[in-house]
Write a protein that binds this ligand. Structure first.
Ligand SMILES: Cc1ncc(C[n+]2csc(CCOP(=O)(O)OP(=O)(O)O)c2C)c(N)n1
Ligand SMILES: [Mg+2]
Length: 662
């Protein structure tokens, strides 16, 4: 039988050889963490390589995503669908083995990592999801949800502010099944970290309320094994296992230095490393006894079938709950969702409430709540302003896991990446909430959810200068345009309660990308619509008010500026003016050309109105059109005064329109 060290050396060899072949990549971390990974994956972790998506598997997150070859080696060796050719294709176009682990590229990759601090934060979200799903579904004697979340992270993840946000709340919540390993190797890219790393990581985590296991030799399998055992035994606190390691372990001349962090070792050093490790096999050749030592297919199938038997017993005793569990883990909405939402939308159009769209958003959540039990909300300490809660909201906290709402604290970036983690875990449709301005704190989480094709919902209230007196620090100006620039990201800015309800419905129906719902602080006048117009809202842009014959001008507006466009059109009664409401340019762009041409008739002059920068609007108005917009930051004043000050008036729109029409 191969020794643990020999098994770990297979990871080292694959990692250094793949990086060498690609002539790029990061051999240091995989070689340094190989012994830890070997103990975890061979002796502790619960997973089935032939069914990577098994619901009750332990989750594994490589937060130091630059060490991707570590994960690829583990997936290959244990028997996931990742061949030796995939390993040889490391970092090549269309390979499963991208530079950093990419979610959806290969079985067993639980999240895309690379931006440091993000993986650990996703992992906290996964652990929150596990805990709450267990509380919602487990019954006495039937533990169908019961798994750990394991995270590897380096010094870089710990230096990132993001890790403070998520690890602090993980401690507060007492996430006992979260177990993180710190690759304490004293090295980051600039060299030895003494000059820039905090001195007492263990103390920091202890202060968060974590169970800290210090001074574990990350190259001593017995010590690692004991530490994991101790971590699993602690159920009231998350555990941090501080593993002292040597980066590039095995490389005689480069181990322990930053030179092996992110560059191939070089042919000569690889030869020397083979010798020092006693690894005599050719590159990409793994002897059968090593494969046998790693192969987890049989053990994985056994552990899953043991769970399946438990699930079958649960299903027999609680058939409805079992069906709900299966539906939720499959990410399918309840069968009556669309019907219920359409009823709610029709009712809202009938009642035409004159309310802020943030209130309309809350009303939509209230309508969805009883229908969609997987809805999980939260806000970064602005619940009363974001109106992200509803009458059925039950708070999740340290004492109570069986809820559907969380106060994330003042942690926007952490919130967004924890929500991503919950989404990746499965079983929840999770949404976050904050002031729109603070999307800036969250930007990389938005981007990562779009990149991963997952569907969290971002609720952003206080959408423009319309928020008034809080002033320019809180008034978004350029945010909506930059959000529209993110590929595979959908942004909605509703003009009234009806569009708000539709935007929620569309966000919920989206299954391969995230959605931001942008809402106002101030009241918005409801618009009259025919049923056909109500139906067209989901197309992202539609004719809200038309004229007879070909228009002289099309006014395009979003959000609070739609009412202004309507007033301006009324003031130009002598001209033929069409008003287009455009709650989502992303969605409108996805419509067929014929529909888009029917709304924005080719050749007709256009003016767009939005209380944000003009970036992106010339695509719709052309070079002979105009945009009534912001070209500076806002000011602190009542909203009405600000709209006047910045030109969002009927007079200015009419003057601009007249100039365009000539
Ligand atoms: C947010 C972010 N900033 C910077 C980087 C670039 N980067 C990749 S690895 C790394 C150093 C990480 O140090 P550590 O986690 O200790 O990794 P080790 O060198 O020990 O493998 C940096 C700065 C990144 N990937 N993400
Ligand atoms: Mg390091």
């Amino acid at each position: 039988m191969s020794s643990r060290r020999e098994l770990a050396n297979a990871v080292r060899a694959l990692s250094m050889d793949a990086v060498q072949k690609a002539n790029s990549g990061h051999p240091g971390a995989p070689m340094g963490m190989a012994d830890i990974a070997e103990v975890l994956w061979n002796s502790h972790m619960k997973y089935n390589p032939t069914n990577a998506k098994w619901a009750d598997r332990d989750r594994f997150v490589l937060s130091n995503g630059h060490g991707s070859m570590l994960l690829y080696s583990l997936l290959h060796l244990t028997g996931f669908d990742l061949s030796i050719d995939d390993i040889k294709n490391f970092r090549q176009l269309h390979s499963k083995t991208a530079g950093h682990p990419e979610y959806g590229y290969a079985d067993g990759i639980e999240t895309t990592t690379g931006p440091l601090g993000q993986g650990i934060t996703n992992a906290v979200g996964m652990a929150i999801a596990e805990r709450t799903l267990a509380a919602q579904f487990n019954k006495p004697g039937h533990e169908i949800v019961d798994h750990n979340t394991f995270v590897f992270m380096g010094d870089g993840c710990l230096m990132e502010g993001l890790s403070h946000e998520s690890c602090a709340i993980a401690g507060t919540l007492g996430l006992g099944k979260l177990i993180a390993f710190w690759d304490d190797n004293d090295i980051s890219i600039d060299g030895h970290i003494t000059d820039w790393m905090e001195k007492d990581v263990g103390g920091r985590f202890a202060s968060y309320g974590w169970h800290v296991i210090r001074d574990v030799d990350g190259h001593d399998a017995d010590a690692i094994n004991a530490a994991i055992g101790a971590a699993k035994a602690e159920s009231a606190k998350p555990s941090l296992i501080c593993c002292k390691t040597t980066i590039g372990f095995g490389s005689p001349n480069l181990a322990g230095t930053h030179d092996c962090h992110g560059a191939p070792l070089g042919q000569d050093e690889i030869v020397a490393t083979r010798e020092s490790l006693g690894w005599t096999h050719e590159p990409f050749v793994i002897p059968p006894e090593i494969y046998a030592g790693w192969d987890h297919k049989e053990a994985g199938a056994a552990v899953e079938s043991e769970w399946q038997a438990r699930f079958d017993a649960y299903k027999a005793a609680y058939p409805d709950e079992a069906a709900e569990f299966e539906r939720r883990m499959a990410g399918e909405l309840p069968a009556n969702f669309v019907e219920e939402m359409d009823k709610y939308i029709a009712k809202t159009q009938e009642e035409m409430p004159n309310i802020a769209s943030r209130k309309a958003s809350q009303n939509a959540i209230e309508a969805m709540g009883p229908v969609v039990p997987e809805l999980f909300g939260g806000s970064a300490d602005l619940t009363g302003s974001n109106l992200t809660n509803w009458s059925g909201s039950v708070k999740v906290n340290a004492e109570n896991a069986k809820g559907n709402y969380i106060s994330w604290g003042v942690r926007e970036f952490g919130m967004a990446h924890m929500v991503n983690g919950m989404t990746l875990h499965g079983g929840f449709r999770a949404y976050s909430g904050t002031f729109f301005m603070f999307m800036e704190f969250m930007r990389n989480a938005l981007r990562m959810s779009a990149l991963m094709k997952i569907n969290p919902i971002y609720v952003y209230t206080h959408d423009s200068i319309g928020l008034g007196e809080d002033g320019p620090t809180h008034q978004p100006v350029e945010q909506i345009s930059t959000m529209r620039a993110i590929p595979n990201f959908e942004t909605w800015r509703a003009c009234d309660a009806i569009e708000s309800a539709v935007s929620w419905k569309e966000a919920m129906l989206r299954d391969s990308g995230p959605t931001a719902l942008v809402f106002s602080r101030q009241g918005l006048k409801p618009m009259e619509r025919t049923p056909e117009q109500v139906k067209n809202i989901e197309k992202g842009g539609y004719v809200l008010k038309d004229c007879d014959g070909t228009p002289d001008l099309i006014l395009i507006a979003t959000g609070s500026e739609v009412a202004l466009a309507m007033d301006a059109a009324a003031a130009m009664a002598e001209r033929k003016v069409r008003v287009v409401s455009m709650p989502s340019t992303d969605r409108f762009d996805a419509q067929e050309q014929a529909y888009r041409d029917s709304v924005l008739i080719p050749g007709v002059k256009r003016v767009a109105i939005e209380a944000g920068v003009d970036l992106g609007w010339h695509k719709y108005v052309g070079l002979d059109g105009a945009v009534v917009c912001m070209d500076s930051f806002g000011e602190s004043a009542p909203a009405g005064k600000l709209f006047e000050q910045f030109g969002f008036t009927v007079d200015n729109v009419v003057a601009t329109a007249n100039k365009v029409m000539g």
